[in-house]
Design a protein around this ligand. Structure first.
Ligand SMILES: *Cc1c(COP(=O)(O)O)cnc(C)c1O
Length: 405
């Protein structure tokens, strides 16, 4: 069970460091970090012991596919960080966590409602992959709560949420949406990768399942891929069962990297949030920027809800180029950046930039209200741990390189 008696920084330091995972039974002393236990085969004492079997729970040696102490320590740490969770399952990527969680809770004939601004691979899982199993999915506008209530029908089994939304960064009223779902007996699943439970304790806000791509903030160093799903019982047991059916396992080496990343996650999030707010404020004053989609920035879309519900942010936000800027000009801007790499993913220590056009992805509404003007050409930034002034200077010279529009 998660433990919320300590503050988030203390929990990040303590979580997952149970003595049985950091010491050798019968000897004095211990080490700080759970060692990397590389193991496929786990051994039994005797035939008798084998016949008795082992409980199907973390903390019991059985076979490598159920993990070992390194993976258990990480899962336990993530459970500690998510108030309301009874357990966490680990997956080899965020997408694997999303796909397996949806398969765990949906059955043929069920319907899934999916927020229109969801991460694109999640949308593809919902609208294409699940179709093979006779599960239908419909996108909904996350900014229109009443519409969600109207869309829930007798076959609706789950709602897939994400806030802020991928790329367009709309903040929606998760507590209200989750309450609507719960009232109707519908499970709510949130992709909580952006905020992590430090910024948004999703189960406390009424969601049933919190999924994260650990590739982003938890890993934090652009060198590991992993995903997680945390929930209370009995839902977490269903996810565990599905994960075991599908043979989902992560390596102990990767689990150790994720644990290492976790220890500094709050420091990194606080720092990149502060830098992102500075960079977003600077962008808001550029004449060739029509909107800054950064919920942490006062006055930006979603800021009031973000302030009400979130305890923190991160370095990921987007901006829209003004009317008259074309794709070639946007290309010159991004190409001219020196400190920002061009690449997918985010949440690493290094800054990244990627162009995006939301119109072809969103089907309910291309743009949130208030930012539906401008060129329709977006750029997403992931702000890392560099100095804010250096990033702003780099963006300044890139806007110069973009030139006339
Ligand atoms: C990257 C991402 C994922 C997928 O995670 P992977 O670890 O890359 O599979 C899921 N959700 C969001 C919001 C993401 O940005």
């Amino acid at each position: 069970m998660s433990d919320s008696k300590h503050g988030p920084s203390t929990r990040l330091t303590e979580a997952g460091r149970k003595r049985e995972w950091t010491s050798v039974p019968g000897t004095k002393g211990s080490v700080v970090n759970p060692p990397v236990w590389r193991a496929s085969t786990h051994l039994y004492e005797s035939i008798d012991d084998l016949a008795k079997g082992r409980p199907n729970e973390d903390g019991h040696f059985y076979y490598g596919r159920r993990g070992g102490p390194t993976q258990w320590a990480l899962a336990d740490a993530l459970t500690q960080l998510e108030p309301g969770a009874d357990g966490t399952e680990l997956f080899p990527s965020g997408v694997a966590a999303l796909a397996c969680t949806l398969m765990a809770v949906l059955r043929p004939g069920d319907e899934l409602l999916v927020t229109d601004n969801v991460y694109e691979p999640t949308r593809n899982i919902a609208l294409s992959m699940l179709k093979q199993f006779g599960i239908t999915a419909r996108p909904f506008d996350p900014l229109e709560q009443d519409l969600l209530a109207d869309m829930i029908g007798p076959n609706t089994r789950a709602v897939m949420l994400e806030s802020p939304g991928s790329l367009t960064m709309e903040v929606c009223d998760i507590p209200a949406l989750a309450a609507i779902a719960r009232d109707r007996g519908v499970l709510s699943i949130i992709d909580n990768t952006w905020a992590t439970p430090l910024g948004f304790p999703a189960l406390q806000h009424g969601c049933d399942i919190s999924v994260m791509s650990l590739t982003k903030h938890v890993g934090g160093h652009s060198d590991v891929m992993m995903g997680s799903a945390s929930a209370a019982k009995p839902v977490i047991n269903r996810i565990r069962r599905q994960a075991q059916f599908m043979g989902q396992v992560v390596s102990p080496d990767d689990a150790a990297l994720a644990l290492r990343g976790l220890r500094t996650m709050k420091l990194r999030l606080d720092r990149s949030t502060a830098t992102a707010i500075k960079v977003a404020g600077w962008l808001a004053d550029r004449p060739r920027v029509s909107a800054v989609l950064c919920p942490m920035l006062p006055g930006a879309p979603g800021h009031d809800l973000w302030k009400r519900d979130f305890h923190g942010g991160c370095g990921l936000f987007s901006f829209v180029l003004a009317d008259g800027v074309d794709k070639a000009a946007r290309g010159r801007l991004v190409d001219a950046l020196d400190l920002f790499g061009i690449g997918f993913s985010w949440g690493g220590f290094e800054s990244l930039a990627i162009p995006f056009d939301p119109a072809p992805v969103h089907t309910v509404r291309a743009w949130p209200p208030g930012i539906d003007e401008g060129s329709g050409l977006g750029v997403r930034l992931s702000i890392g741990l560099e100095d804010a002034d250096d990033l702003i200077a780099d963006l300044g010279q890139a806007f110069d390189a973009m030139g006339q529009t």
